[in-house]
Structure formats: structure tokens, C-alpha cells
Design a protein around this ligand. Structure first.
Ligand code: HEC
Length: 163
């Protein structure tokens, strides 16, 4: 009985090692065969740019300065990611196209630091105009961005937290 269990255990471990070797041997070929998927600009806009723009709007309406300081930086990182992943769009350097957001982003930063609500709203409106200016410039005027009218994030509270 004990002998049978030991034999079984040995067989199982041999099988596991065998499987591991088989998987290992297959890996390089399998990786080569997999298509190299890349996110396009439309994906990056929908997945990152649009939600972060909405969050900056919603938290701005709530005057949540600590969160805005954080999220503005996240938005900046999204711009860096887009520039790295799509360095050129139809022949124009992405860094040149993104210049349209530079002034609004700097003004948002200043307004957040000064806790200036009216200044924030004005800068956020210019940021949103910047989105649409680039859509027009890149032949996508049908993509119209607006200041969020309601939260698309039912699981996130944008109100400032008391210490
Ligand atoms: C570099 C110029 C540029 C800027 C700046 C820009 N966009 Fe875009 N956006 C595009 C282009 C080009 C497309 C179309 C990409 C494609 O489908 O290949 C697009 C597409 C989109 C889409 C996809 C639309 C859909 O319904 O599928 C959304 C959403 C979007 N942009 C949001 C934004 C927001 C929000 C901002 C500002 C915070 C912004 N974009 C700023 C160039 C820009």
C-alpha cells in the first residue's frame, strides 16, 4: 500500500517535471507565434486620456485640491505615455501636437497650488478646448470633448476628505 503511494507520488512528480520541460521547450516558439499587439492612439485616448480628463473635471468641481495635485500629475504621465507609444501621428510629431495642452496644464498646476477655484475652472475649460483643437487639427472633429456633467465613476468619491 505504502509502496503503491510512493510509486504514484514518483509518477506524479515525473509527470509534473515532464510537463514543465514541455512548456519550457514550447515557450520561445509560442511567443514568436503570438501577434505583437500595440495600442493605437484611439485606444490610448479612450482608456487613459478620457477618464483622466473626466476625473480632473469632477474633482475640480468638488475643489478637492490634494486629489487634483495627484491626478494632474497622472494626466501628465498619460501625455508622456502617449508621446512614447505614438511618437508621430500622420507625419506630425506627437510632442508638437500635444503643445496645445501645455499652457492649460501649467495653469491647472498654478490654480491647484493656489487653491484658486475660478482659476481652475478657466484652465480646465482651456484644457478641454485644447482636446477639441487637436481633434479638429487631426481630422477628428466628430470627437467632441466637454466638461463632465455627471460622474462616470460610481465607485470613486471625488469629495475632499477631512484629515
Ligand atoms: C495630439 C492631438 C490630440 C489631443 C491633444 C487630444 N486628442 Fe483625443 N484624439 C486624437 C486623435 C487623432 C484621435 C483619433 C485616434 C484614432 O482613432 O486613431 C482621438 C480620439 C479621441 C477619443 C476617442 C473617441 C471615441 O469615441 O472612440 C477620445 C475619447 C479622445 N480623443 C479624448 C481626448 C481628450 C479628453 C483629450 C484632452 C484631454 C484629447 N482627446 C486630446 C488626438 C488628440
Amino acid at each position: 500500500m505504502i509502496k503503491a503511494v510512493v510509486v504514484q507520488a514518483v509518477l506524479v512528480s515525473v509527470a509534473v517535471v515532464g510537463l514543465a520541460v514541455a512548456v519550457k521547450a514550447q515557450t520561445p516558439a509560442a511567443v514568436d507565434a503570438a501577434p505583437r499587439l500595440r495600442l493605437g492612439l484611439g485606444d490610448l485616448m479612450t482608456a487613459f486620456m478620457q477618464p483622466r480628463h473626466a476625473k480632473l473635471g469632477l474633482a475640480g468641481q468638488a475643489r478637492n485640491w490634494p486629489y487634483l495635485a495627484y491626478e494632474r500629475r497622472e494626466f501628465e504621465e498619460t501625455l508622456e505615455l502617449i508621446e512614447r507609444m505614438v511618437p508621430r501621428y500622420r507625419g506630425t510629431a506627437m510632442s508638437d501636437l500635444l503643445q496645445v495642452l501645455k499652457e492649460p496644464m501649467a495653469s491647472l498646476d498654478a490654480a491647484i497650488k493656489a487653491k484658486d477655484g475660478a482659476g481652475y475652472d478657466a484652465a480646465y475649460a482651456r484644457l478641454t478646448e485644447g482636446c477639441n483643437a487637436c481633434h479638429v487639427a487631426t481630422d477628428h472633429k466628430m470627437v467632441v470633448i466637454q466638461i463632465p456633467k455627471a460622474s462616470t465613476f460610481p465607485n470613486q468619491n471625488f469629495a475632499p476628505q477631512t484629515e
